[in-house]
Design a protein around this ligand. Structure first.
Ligand code: SF4
Ligand code: ZN
Ligand code: ZN
Length: 306
């Protein structure tokens, strides 16, 4: 049996570091990576009240676990867990229950905000309505993603939070980098760097402590720490992101470390992308219908949901 440097039996081989790790050293290395990322990019600072966006999946639950471990002993920062209930029957309701129980165990306050109270209908109802009206729809994820980002930002601002912490892992980030290239969406790419992302005073800056940790490692961490995440996939999950995910995983198998290289290269180019987008004078407007920040006169949420 292979052994860790400390002499204990290994549970994981981190191929891109050429290193076998035992359970304790593996878990410690994940927390160390997250902390290093937080320190290096100044993701949190004294006085912060941080909203952790927790869906109930492994990455957001791991983020909640690590952030509560870092922040709870401190007197100069606070955290709250926030879940957006899109209204996906048989899926999100189960996730919310897990988040509630886990927050109780960690002693973290938990708040739930729903599409139903914000937009008057659940995602399930919206999808049914769109199908019956034969509206030209890409996927449910467009409605879901736009709505969730909107509600999360608006509610976090109303709660007086200073940062929104997202559970995106390395795989999510690399998928987004490639998707933005494929769609030619430089504006979205400009909002994706390693530092806290603040687009406008009405936007709460978003931070991603796990963005350099691969998905298989966040999964193993969650399992070893017995974090009660919900491991089923959303019934609406389809589309370009899944195809890119398969492609990147195949590339990573053949060329270990390629995911990290893609992200690090993007991070080096990010200041230039930001500067280029700024020069295009993409002004931030406030939506004429709801008053939230938007790149157009009517925001995408109002177009899709209202
Ligand atoms: S897979 Fe799509 S519809 Fe399901 S929760 Fe994610 S973004 Fe929403
Ligand atoms: Zn060890
Ligand atoms: Zn609007």
């Amino acid at each position: 049996m292979k052994k860790c440097r400390c002499g204990k039996p290994a549970v994981f081989f981190r191929i891109y570091e050429g290193r076998y790790l035992c359970e304790k050293c593996f878990c410690r290395s994940i927390e160390k990576k997250a902390k290093k990322n937080i320190r290096q990019h100044k993701l949190i600072s004294p006085g912060d009240t941080i909203g952790i966006a927790v869906s109930g999946g492994k990455d957001s639950m791991v983020t909640l676990y690590i952030m509560s471990k870092i922040i709870k002993p401190r007197r100069d920062m606070e955290i709250t867990a926030i879940t957006i209930d899109e209204g996906i029957k048989g899926y999100r309701d189960v996730c919310i229950k897990r988040v509630k129980d886990f927050c109780k165990k960690l002693g973290v306050e938990h708040k739930v905000f729903s599409f139903k109270e914000e937009f008057g209908k659940t995602l399930d109802e919206k999808i049914k309505e769109i199908k019956s009206n034969r509206y030209d729809i890409d996927t449910a994820c467009t409605f879901c993603g736009v709505g969730r980002r909107y509600v999360l930002n608006k509610k976090s601002r109303e709660l007086g939070l200073t940062k929104i912490c997202l559970g995106h892992n390395l795989d999510d980030e690399v998928q987004s980098v490639l998707m933005n290239y494929m769609r030619g969406d430089l504006q979205r790419a400009s909002r994706m760097g390693p530092e806290p992302i603040k687009e406008d005073e009405k936007f709460i800056p978003r931070i991603k402590p796990l963005r350099i940790i691969p998905e298989n490692e966040t999964t193993l961490f969650a399992m070893l720490k017995k974090i009660p995440f919900y491991n089923k996939h959303c019934p609406y999950r389809t589309g370009l992101r899944l195809e890119i995910r398969d492609f990147i995983n195949k590339m990573e198998d053949k060329h270990p470390g390629i995911k990290l290289t893609v992200l690090e290269t993007f991070d080096k180019m990010h200041p230039l992308i930001k500067e280029f987008v700024k020069q295009q004078e993409n002004k931030v407007f406030y939506c004429e219908k709801c008053g939230e920040p938007s790149s157009k006169k009517i925001c995408k949420t109002c177009v899709l949901w209202r």
